[in-house]
Design a protein around this ligand. Structure first.
Ligand code: GLV
Ligand code: MN
Ligand code: MN
Length: 412
């Protein structure tokens, strides 16, 4: 099956007719449709599908004569993949490009007559974006033991539905979530292909890159609690308006990021009760901050929180602030990176090294498994937006690069 056919079969799922962006949130009907697509695509290729305890999907191409999962002395697997969920109104490529390219790479390996000598897996990790429950890379974090299962079960979406409730409603037992050391111990390498979320490759004139490192990054929630009041009659002096320290936090984020060569964004905010003609009772905001190193990240977050606290105190507003998910700096496994570089060079595929400010399951798994990434050129660099794009020729180059790497890692 061609890449285009596979790609187009996934494209309609969860696309919003108005924005053209994707709303694929975990444990929803759209998520179920993505899971069915994954299972179908795996079945069409005679791959063995399983859902792990954390709701991550796996499709296995077992080598001929392989004794089966967990067999003593069995060769460690090579896994590729990404995620199928999206941010609200996200693009088509962030996540799905890695999963579709993985199936397409299996097709290409078979066309080339390659057979794996160790298990080759395709993974689709659940809730990578944290778009419903707020914690980024939730599925891989649970798998790797990077979040406490009880905390994860209690995470709630905007409507107050907990992860445990949402999983159970979708037919998945939430009591089983948590680290799976046996599954991770069976994985020898994870290589994630992802659309580039910047435009370095456009400037470098290359279709693919090898990931070098991920900036440390995280999310912090800020709840400003004031006193609801009448917009027309409450004097300015009497108000305790949570919107004002919130506004100070937005400006402080921009200032701190600019001052320290970092990124800081408040892209999500809710105001309660949300009346046009009332001072809000509460404003909740989410700060996303990223920096080239841990110290810079801490400095940026420290400055934003200090500005928010000072403004809150000045307006008689209470502020509760804390991290929701934080991922330390990741430098991808050097041996694996070099192996990718030499197998691509052997095939004449230019692939510069690129750092990124975007988070990935590969970044979480890197703490437990040798991990590497491939990026596919994004001509505008725009991502987390319906305008996210990669040209078909570059997607095809990505599949060839991934197949080359998988052939080297799994078939020799
Ligand atoms: C994931 O795409 C992230 O970087 O937030
Ligand atoms: Mn993303
Ligand atoms: Mn992604």
């Amino acid at each position: 099956m061609s890449f285009a056919t596979l790609w187009e079969s996934l494209l309609p799922i969860g696309r919003d007719g108005l924005s053209g962006g994707y709303r694929r949130f975990s444990w929803t009907p759209e998520d179920a449709a993505c899971r069915a697509w994954f299972t179908r695509s795996a079945a069409e290729r005679d791959l063995r599908v399983l859902t792990d305890n954390n709701g991550n999907l796996w499709a296995w191409w077992d080598p001929p004569g392989w004794p089966g999962p967990g067999a003593p002395g069995g060769a460690k697997a090579v896994v590729t993949g990404s995620h199928l969920d999206s941010v609200p109104d996200g693009g088509a490529f962030d996540g799905p490009l890695g999963v579709v390219s993985a199936f397409a790479a299996v097709d290409l390996l078979r066309e080339r007559g390659c057979l794996p000598v160790r298990p080759l897996g395709i993974a689709a990790f659940s809730e990578e974006e944290g778009g419903r429950f707020g914690v980024a890379c939730l599925g891989s974090r649970l798998l790797a033991g990077a979040i406490e299962p009880g905390r994860a079960r209690a995470l709630a979406d905007a409507a107050g539905v907990t992860l445990a409730e949402a999983m159970a409603a979708a037919g998945h037992d939430p009591d089983g979530i948590g680290p799976d050391d046996d599954l991770l111990a069976a994985v020898g390498a994870y290589v994630e292909l992802h659309v580039e979320q910047g435009r370095a490759l456009a400037d470098l004139g290359a279709a693919v890159a090898i990931g070098e490192q991920i900036w440390p990054h995280g999310r912090w929630r800020l709840d400003f609690t004031g006193r609801p009041d009448h917009a027309g009659t409450a004097t300015l002096a009497d108000r305790r308006d949570p919107m004002l320290p919130f506004a100070a936090a937005v400006l402080a984020a921009r200032q701190a990021a600019a001052a320290h060569g970092a990124r800081a964004t408040i892209g999500k905010v809710t105001a309660e009760p949300g009346a046009v003609n009332a001072v809000s009772a509460r404003v909740s905001a989410w700060l996303d901050a990223r920096g080239p190193d841990e110290r810079t990240l801490q400095t940026v977050v420290g400055e934003v929180l200090a500005a928010a606290r000072e403004a809150a105190a000045g307006h008689g507003v209470e502020l509760a602030a804390g991290p929701e998910s934080v991922t330390p700096a990741v430098v991808f496994d050097q041996d694996l990176r070099e192996r990718l570089a030499s197998s691509l060079a052997e095939q004449g595929i230019p692939a510069p090294l690129l750092p990124t400010g975007a988070g990935h399951d590969a970044g979480v798994l890197a703490a437990r498994v040798p991990t590497a990434m491939l990026f596919v050129r994004n001509p505008t660099g725009v991502s987390h937006s319906p305008a996210e794009h990669a040209e078909s020729a570059d997607c095809a180059a990505g599949v060839r690069a991934l197949a080359t790497v998988l052939e080297d890692l799994a078939c020799r």
